[in-house]
Ligand binder design. Structure first.
Ligand SMILES: [Zn+2]
Length: 176
């Protein structure tokens, strides 16, 4: 991964492509290069399919707080210091804001927890992945709740606990 910047230098493209870099950084430890037909494919955030972007946008319309933030940002970009309205995308501290809509939030949680992206590694890994790109208030507890209900994560947890021998010793650095 050559790109270490969390945001691209050019602000003109911040929009969806910044998500690519962020998403790849966040996921590079676990993600497989090909993310099949899942619409949330992040770089492809241009391919986080337009359908998904549209669905996320819809969540803003039905969220009173978010739609008033958008309105204020349109009038004055400095109205909410942590928020930005960039090329039709509402972001908070660089993360795409997702309004209160259970279905779409669930879909995102599923994606970031799935075997191809999150690897079903439980709360921490899933939160790391999703919070690099997505923001909503209460995201962390949503992840915790979600993981509790994920059968695969629960099984993985017990397997990890049952086989502590799988942990690898740290390499010893030799002094030259
Ligand atoms: Zn899981």
């Amino acid at each position: 991964m050559q790109r270490t910047l969390r945001k691209p230098a050019q602000t003109t493209q911040v929009h969806l492509c910044s998500l690519e870099a962020t998403a790849q950084d966040a996921l590079s430890r676990t993600v497989h290069p090909a993310v099949e037909e899942d619409p949330v494919t992040l770089c492809a955030i241009s391919s986080i399919s337009s359908t998904l972007v549209t669905k996320i946008k819809n969540t803003w319309q039905f969220d009173q707080k978010l739609s008033s933030i958008i309105h204020a940002e349109e009038q004055d970009p400095l109205s909410h210091p942590h928020y930005a309205w960039e090329q039709g995308i509402l972001k908070r501290k660089g993360k795409i804001v997702v309004g209160a809509e259970v279905a779409i939030r669930d879909k995102l949680l599923q994606y970031f927890n799935s075997s191809t992206t999150g690897g079903h590694f439980g709360v921490h890994a899933t939160y790391q992945g999703i919070s690099a790109i997505i923001h909503w208030k209460g995201l962390h507890s949503a992840v915790r709740q979600f993981i509790k209900t994920c059968h695969t994560c629960q099984i993985n947890k017990y397997e990890i606990m049952a086989y502590p021998g799988l942990l690898q010793p740290l390499p010893i650095l030799e002094a030259f």
